[in-house]
Write a protein that binds this ligand. Structure first.
Ligand code: FES
Length: 61
């Protein structure tokens, strides 16, 4: 599923960024450019970060 349509970022990209150390929307912005165009993906990106705190990437992908 796409998280950020403007930049073509999917849940898998979010998982990979988290595995590489991303812990906040700001980290995802730096790594994947989420929220850099329209910003509508911020809440969805935050939701995915939260769910990845308790689930593995394999489950959410
Ligand atoms: S959907 Fe992510 S910046 Fe527009």
């Amino acid at each position: 599923m796409y998280v950020c349509l403007c930049n073509g970022v999917t849940e898998k990209h979010i998982c990979a960024a988290v595995e590489e150390g991303a812990r906040s929307v700001a980290d995802l912005r730096k790594a994947l450019e989420v929220t850099t165009i329209c910003g509508k993906c911020a809440s969805c990106a935050r939701k995915h970060l939260k769910s990845l705190e308790s689930e593995s990437c394999a489950k959410s992908a």
